[in-house]
Design a protein around this ligand. Sequence first.
Ligand code: HEC
Ligand code: HEC
Length: 373
Amino acid sequence: MTAMSIAFRLVALAALLISVASPSLAQTYVWSLPAWLPPPPVPADNPMSVAKVELGRRLFFDQKLSGPSYISCSSCHMPEHAFSDPRHPSVGVTGGKIRRRPPPLSNVGYRETLTWADPRVKTLEDQVHQPLFRAEPPEMECNGHEASIVDRFEYDPTYHRMFVEAFPDKGGKVDFDQIIKALAAYQRSLISYTTPYERFRFGGERDVLSQSAQRGERLFFDAKLGCAICHAGATFGPLADKLLPGAAAVVYANTGLYDLDGKGAYRPIDRGLLESSELREDMGRFRAPSLRDVAKRAPYMHDGSVASLEAVIDRYAAGAPTLAAADKFSPLKDSRLRGFTISAAERDDLIAFLRALSDEAFAADERHGSPFR
Ligand code: HEC
Ligand code: HEC
């Protein structure tokens, strides 16, 4: 052992002793992000702490959080599937089909609006009411079971200890406000920044991105294809401005999937932004999703109606025709989707770039996974 490594071990030992001796130090949340990445915004009434994140993580993976105790957040947001769901459609606790695809949760703390089409939902604390309490169809069906769910946690010794550590001023008296805050804190901790693309672009690792993916990057940011106009902000979060100065963080667009009445109608069960804005022109507009880990979570679009990345790109190339007829176009389709010519080799390059947005280190990080293994 060199003198250097002995010194290092002593420092580490001292740090360990201090953290054991002083709970408040052990609780301090350290983001440990690279210099080029700022942490996500945190609401003043829900500061981060190690104990809160750990509690939120346990709740996220625990079926006890649903009314009938057999579904958890992770039933639809599976870490091994980029926090989305390979089943299509996803099903709620009563077996009801869920109309939309679960978005990935990596970097969700940076998103300015949540869900596919409701810009009123701005914080993770707000969003969590939907899976817990929404009725049509129920996702976790906590309504009417609130008291028994609280009991499940209060009488469980592990949870009792964790709630006391996370919310010391509550003394172990559990309520949904604490449950919601802990879930939000855990989700804010889900930060992914080690995709091959970011390691190449921001980390200076020249060998991690294939030539093909580098050509795909140029296509993605090329005005002819226009992908970055809608997807850069959602995909790269706070880094988008470095890639594309002024990139909009949130874009809602109609990509022309449906035209059921010749006037651009989407399926009655899911009409997009119109449902929250009540504006006719918002029919079929959905949030442009983050493309992080996109290769790992087919099928695509808000309703899983497009099977593969190849098919997504071919639709865009053809100018975004309706799903029903390749020669029909919705009058409400976003005017920026004008179509383009792309060779088979270029399409492969674009897909190589999209594949380089998968973060294997994030996926393998046990701090994000189930604590019940
Ligand atoms: C039955 C499946 C299911 C369950 C269980 C579920 N979700 Fe979701 N989640 C979805 C779907 C589908 C959406 C998209 C909803 C929409 O756009 O209307 C979603 C959206 C979200 C979003 C918004 C992400 C974004 O990018 O806008 C967050 C955050 C989230 N869920 C967290 C949770 C948490 C926390 C739990 C547990 C309390 C949970 N979900 C349980 C299916 C599920
Ligand atoms: C006008 C804005 C816009 C442009 C330009 C655009 N997209 Fe999209 N994209 C969207 C929206 C909005 C959705 C979701 C639509 C829906 O689900 O109804 C989407 C969905 C996707 C999806 C599915 C992702 C998922 O999680 O299901 C992929 C992949 C995708 N786009 C890739 C691209 C590529 C590649 C390009 C360039 C060729 C591109 N997009 C251009 C707005 C856009």
